[in-house]
Design a protein around this ligand. Sequence first.
Ligand code: ZN
Length: 283
Amino acid sequence: MSWFRKEKQPLEAPKEKRVQTEGLWVKCEGCKRILWKKDLAANLQCCPQCNYHFKMGSRARLEMLFDDGRYTEHDAGLASTDPLEFQDTKSYRDRLAKAQKETGLKDALITGEGRLAGKPLIACAMEFRFVGGSMGAVVGEKVTRAIDRCIERKLPLVIVSCSGGARMMEGAISLMQMAKISAALARLEETRRPYISVLTDPTTGGVTASFAMLGDLNVAEPGALIGFAGPRVIEQTIRQKLPEGFQRAEFLLAHGMLDAIVPRKELKSYLARTLDFMGAWNS
Ligand SMILES: [Zn+2]
């Protein structure tokens, strides 16, 4: 048995002199045109040619919704303890550390409190880059706390979902979040404060099966993939071919699963208008 561990020296590639062009351009999934990332960012991550909605980061999302991009963040320090000490191809602990480093976030959701069109509200935004925007104990706790704050302070709630579903590395603990959040939303309903769910591409699994579909209004961005299980799993289970456009926002709206499809550029004014209409700020 060895008493010490020798750290392997990282292999370093010889440094090359190259002009950095990578990462400046991106191909649009909608029209296949090559877009300059700066143009895309200036256009709220929507293609200037075909209006294809790219994924938007959680920070940018909250900045877009709140007046002057300003908000107070709540529960920023909550982080997973890896309760199952889960390991697949790599350890969950390492996965978390990597995601935290890449995103600068502790987990896959940010809660902000600020003003929208001059009126106070709490909004949560999910971060897809953090383990696929999956919901574990931290996301569940943060959403529940956001709801509790809305109840206490009589504020409306907006949650922008972007998620692959429950976080399998937290097993049953992640599934329990569905019930916990749903129960909290039922308490919010008693206070007559509205909750608007905004579903973005993609919103699937346990997030769709809980809070994303429990809004007083459920609205989606154009073209968003929304579902529970993936199309392949469904086709294999029911042994039928699925119809064209299945699980896209437009299909769901036509079949009564959504209340509206709202383009990103109109989202803020839409939320202000509908929350006001719903009496969100009446005493
Ligand atoms: Zn395009």
